[in-house]
Design a protein around this ligand. Structure first.
Ligand code: SF4
Ligand code: SF4
Length: 502
């Protein structure tokens, strides 16, 4: 006996505006809308609606809206509607609850509890329209001392570094979890912006080898699509140890999404589930990680920086310290709000910590140990705006990964149902009829616009602070003040309270 769960959303159709054009029926991959020929009218099945807003946006007469249902069980602060419905679903299926995108629960958002400084009187602001602002940066170990050989000659060997025109990169999203057109949009935008996109764990489609100079390729526990040419084509290599949306577990791309093209790229049979294990089966210590870092460097003639990506977890500072000593060039930290194509709901919503706290602790620990310049730190996991970006850099990040924001620029409406493979916006799907809804020509321009807008805003805010380079902003926590935070939180973030002077 299946329990009846009332739909979470209701489709409201204004019949005075509806012209029965059936656009909504054609646009909805979930089969919500249907035409009743006999009655010459449209009907809807709200139980199938995921609130992706495709029909709302496409309806030519604005006849549709999707509203949150106000139907509720008897009010109970402990047993909320969501909790009860989840139990009904699990009793129906016996399965793990699955979700997509980032953790939507109401935890504190520390970006919103930090305020930015501005220059007044003695330290004048800088006008970014009239004065140069430096947003370029290099990721990787820095030379902090002059070295000479036995004859006193200057050693001019620099560690391998990755140059970025601004401190933004597109997060790892695999071909398979997102569509070919979404990947192409990201790759083209990265190339135009002088930044990088990341293949995720799905390998690199042959068509995108031409964007190799702006590509970071991932080596994850499943090793999908990893071979020498893949490594050599990229600008950098990222070892994925963990992911913010699902720390401590592997990945799972259902067989339905493993089309012929995805299968070839991943180097696995078509239609089989792509399951990457929770651990790398050759890594059980920092020493093991070090071996993989140096194996990848050796395989690419020591020309590629190696990133190690980890989820933000409780002991993050000590873990990062180990990674910095493993020979990695960049540590990428993914916070618990990071997006995903599919994750168990309980893990997405309960495991890990906010990236703001993780970043502050990692930066501080690496400084205390005198190894901060041996490695760069990149953070991701819900960097939503240029002000989040600026705050991240002031807290100690060299650069940020943006994932969800990039998908929003491509048209994502955050319906959080990527895992069902029916994304109506052509992003998290492999269905050809849906993929073609995202035009990569438009997609890449929208990404370029988004990042360009953030660059302008970043320069404006930096100018207001009297800072003219990202390098001078990095780790400059005096530029931040906390508001509504406890003393303990302020201490972990390493910032003063709003109103406190230096
Ligand atoms: S798209 Fe709008 S106007 Fe067309 S059938 Fe649907 S609700 Fe009616
Ligand atoms: S990518 Fe598509 S399916 Fe995923 S949240 Fe965005 S709109 Fe929904």
């Amino acid at each position: 006996m299946a329990a009846y769960v009332y739909p979470e959303y209701e489709v409201v159709r204004d019949r005075t505006k509806c012209i029965n054009c059936r656009v909504c029926e054609r646009q909805c991959s979930h089969g919500v809308h249907a035409y009743l020929a006999g009655a010459k009218t449209m009907t809807e099945d709200s139980s199938k609606c995921v609130n992706c807003h495709r029909c709302v946006c496409m309806c030519p007469t604005h006849a549709l809206k999707i509203v949150k249902s106000d139907d509720t069980y008897k009010l109970n602060a402990n047993w909320t509607c969501r909790t009860v419905n989840e139990i009904y679903r699990q009793a129906d299926t016996g399965g793990v609850l699955l979700s997509s995108m980032g953790n939507p629960a109401e935890y504190p958002i520390y970006w919103d509890k930090m305020l930015i400084n501005a220059s007044q009187v003695t330290n004048p602001p800088i006008d970014p329209l009239r004065e140069p602002m430096e947003t370029e940066l290099w990721l990787g170990a820095r030379k902090v001392s002059i070295e000479r050989d036995e004859k006193g000659r200057l050693r001019d060997t620099l560690p391998v570094q990755l140059k970025l025109d601004l401190p933004i990169m597109f997060s790892a999203m695999s071909y398979g979890s997102i569509s070919y057109n979404a990947h192409e949009s990201l790759a083209r935008a990265a190339a135009e912006l002088g930044i990088y996109y990341n293949t995720g764990e799905g390998g690199l489609h042959r068509d995108f080898y031409k964007y190799g100079a702006n590509t970071i390729v991932q080596v994850a526990s499943g090793r999908f699509g990893v071979f020498r040419e893949y490594l050599e084509t990229a600008a950098a290599i990222e070892i994925k140890m963990g992911q913010g949306a699902k720390p401590g577990i592997g990945g799972h791309l259902p067989g339905a999404k493993i089309t012929a093209d995805v299968a070839e790229t991943r180097m696995i049979p078509e239609g089989t589930d792509a399951i990457s294990p929770a651990p790398h089966h050759d890594i059980y210590s920092i020493e093991d990680l070090r071996q993989l870092v140096w194996s990848l460097k050796e395989a690419t003639d020591y020309k590629k920086p190696v990133f190690v990506k980890i989820a933000a977890v409780h002991n993050i500072a000590a873990i990062a310290s180990g990674i910095a000593r493993s020979g990695a060039d960049v540590i990428a930290i993914d916070g618990f709000r990071g997006g995903t194509g599919a994750a168990p709901t309980r893990i997405r919503d309960n495991v890990g910590i906010p990236v703001e706290l993780a970043l502050a602790q990692v930066d501080q620990r690496l400084r205390e140990e005198g190894i901060r310049d041996n490695v760069s730190v990149v953070v991701g996991g819900s960097v939503r705006s240029s002000s989040d970006l600026l705050k991240a850099v002031a807290l100690g990040a060299d650069a940020c990964y943006i994932g969800t924001a990039a998908l929003l620029a491509l048209g994502c409406h955050l319906c959080r149902s990527c895992h069902d493979g029916k994304c109506n916006w052509g992003i998290a799907t492999q269905r050809p009829d849906l993929v073609k809804r995202l035009d990569p020509e438009i997609g890449y321009k929208r990404l370029v616009n988004l990042v360009t807008a953030w660059k302008h805003e970043l320069e404006e805010m930096m100018g207001g602070m009297g800072i003219n380079s990202v390098e001078a902003l990095r780790g400059n926590r005096l530029m931040l003040r906390g508001i509504g935070l406890t003393d303990r939180e302020l201490k972990i973030l390493g910032i003063k309270c709003a109103g406190e002077s230096i």
